[in-house]
Write a protein that binds this ligand. Structure first.
Ligand SMILES: C[S@@+](CC[C@H](N)C(=O)[O-])C[C@H]1O[C@@H](n2cnc3c(N)ncnc32)[C@H](O)[C@@H]1O
Ligand code: SF4
Length: 487
């Protein structure tokens, strides 16, 4: 497809129109006072889970009937720490530590196999993330993929994805890693490009240049992987002008998917990245304000849509409906069981959720004792199960009422409709009788609309940080009868 260029005035005009709508919703209480947000990636938010006794937790656990689970594996090593990143990890070329970690990771998987009473785990999809899983030496990557491969039954696996940074697949070692990944059946690479502006990459403390980022994309395509490239908007150093240039270049790569992340300054997990100190501490930074950030998003959407990319899963724009992250779709839309291994790895099952420790030594200690390195978890009571079955599918694609009933035992239409009716009336969600989904502007403000369904303790900001309007998330919050008694 030939590149379609939209003239800059038109892009700005469209972005201003969207910004006016955003401000309107902010006045109604949908968005907090300074526009900050917390992405609805898990529900309830994982850091809020209490400490658990793992034996107690698994006493009431049952495997899914078909025995299948999506798999996440966390490999927390990076070349260096990027300014914006809130993932704890070890930086530098410490091969001994990496070898040690990989051996423990394999032992953790074995403890799980024993706990589940199965020889092999049967995934629908696999995601290796981090960190940068490809920042292992090629031989160690090969060793891990071989050992991991012995412990999984790949007969029903539809997607095997690795998240990585561009450096790790270029140069001589990069070529070896691409070959190793092909050999082990990896199908999709998610590459963190973040920006295509060298000054912005420098401000981000990224370990690569624009030229290297481009090289990694062509290399991944040449090796026949499905390629998804990721960008951050709203980062210090980004402006409307340089962002337009970045997006215009991005849509011209031969990739099937482009993913956009709005910069999150304050962590919503356990580990706070350096960006918060820079932005909030000194107050001296060239970070785009909320209004500019919203305009950047609309500009990106306009450039993407004009060039054949449409939002397929939330914030992931693809050229065809067929390409998307199976891991995200299965976990957030189908709400299938998913098991996570490694430091900070989390598991999301039909009625519960747990997370591993985030300190290396603690992780090793648990495994040395033959224990799963889980320390926090949560079995959802009915009211939170209802909210979980709305927040994640609504955010990512849609709530299918029949499936909602299977997951909760409750008819969607029997919920208290006050909030749902308000969201419909204000043009944020639509309901065709069977499926509830976000409208176009609802999708633009997906995190804020979905947090309307969070229960009171999990609304991200205090009540007074939202305008006292009809869409203040603290109003009309009850969804089922006697909800407070269930908490
Ligand atoms: C877990 S990171 C791993 C990516 C990979 N290690 C890399 O560096 O390219 C996945 C993606 O989350 C996004 N991300 C990370 N921190 C973010 C933040 N603070 N705000 C917004 N997006 C962020 C980035 O686009 C990143 O590529
Ligand atoms: S963004 Fe990627 S490379 Fe950078 S610190 Fe985070 S996980 Fe590591």
């Amino acid at each position: 497809m030939k590149f379609v260029k939209i003239n800059r005035e038109k892009l700005i005009e469209s972005a201003q129109e969207t910004l006016a709508k955003v401000k309107y919703y902010q006045k109604l209480g949908l968005i907090c006072d300074d526009g900050d947000f917390v992405p609805s990636v898990h529900y309830p938010p994982i850091t809020e889970y209490p400490l658990i006794d793992v034996d107690e937790y698994f006493k009431t656990f049952t495997l899914p009937k078909d025995g299948m689970m999506d798999i996440y594996v966390h490999i927390p090593f990076c070349i260096r720490h990027c300014l914006f990143c809130h993932y704890p990890g070890m930086v530098g070329d410490n091969n001994d530590e990496k070898e040690k970690y990989i051996s423990y990771l394999i032992r953790e998987i074995d403890i799980y196999r024993k706990r589940f009473g199965i020889d092999k785990i049967k995934p629908r999809s696999i995601l290796l993330g981090g960190g940068t899983p490809t920042y292992l030496k090629p031989e160690l990557l090969d060793h891990f993929l071989t050992e991991f491969g012995k412990r999984v039954d790949m007969s029903a696996c539809r997607q095997y994805n690795v998240d990585l940074d561009p450096n790790s697949i270029i140069g001589e070692d990069g070529t070896k890693r691409c070959e190793i990944m092909k050999k082990h059946g990896i199908t999709r690479l998610t590459i963190g490009i973040q920006s295509l502006d060298d000054d912005v990459l420098k401000a981000m403390n990224r370990p690569h240049t624009v030229k290297e980022a481009e090289e990694s994309i062509y290399k991944a395509v040449e090796y026949g992987f499905d390629v998804n490239i990721e960008f951050i908007y709203g980062h210090p150093g980004e402006t409307i002008d340089n962002w337009i240039d970045v997006m215009e270049k991005a849509v011209q790569f031969p990739v099937g998917e482009i993913q956009l992340y709005r910069l999150k300054v304050k962590a919503y997990g356990d580990y706070q990245g350096a960006i918060n100190k820079l932005v909030r501490g000194s107050g001296k930074t060239d970070i785009p304000d909320f209004e500019t950030t919203m305009m950047m998003k609309q500009i990106a959407v306009d450039i993407l849509e004009a060039n054949g990319f449409h939002e397929n899963l939330r914030r992931v724009y693809s050229k065809t409906k067929k390409v998307f992250s199976h891991y995200a779709y299965n976990q957030c839309c189908n709400q299938y069981d998913q098991v996570g291994f490694g430091l900070t790895g989390f598991s999301s099952y039909r009625d519960r959720f747990d997370i591993n420790v985030y300190d290396f030594n603690e992780y090793y200690d648990y495994i040395d004792k033959g224990l799963l390195p889980i320390n926090r978890g949560y079995v959802r009571p009915l009211n939170e199960q209802v909210r979980w079955a709305i927040v994640l599918p609504l955010k990512n694609r849609d709530v299918r009422k029949r499936e909602f009933l299977q997951r909760t035992g409750i008819e969607f239409d029997s919920l208290n409709q006050t909030k749902i009716d308000l969201l419909k009336e204000y043009g944020l969600i639509e309901d065709d009788g069977n499926v509830v989904k976000l409208t176009k502007i609802g999708g633009f403000l997906a995190d804020e609309v979905c947090e309307q369904f969070n229960s009171l303790p999990y609304i991200p900001f205090p009540k007074e940080r939202y305008a006292d309007g009809v869409l203040n998330p603290y109003s009309n919050n009850d969804l089922i009868e006697n909800e407070k008694e269930l908490q």
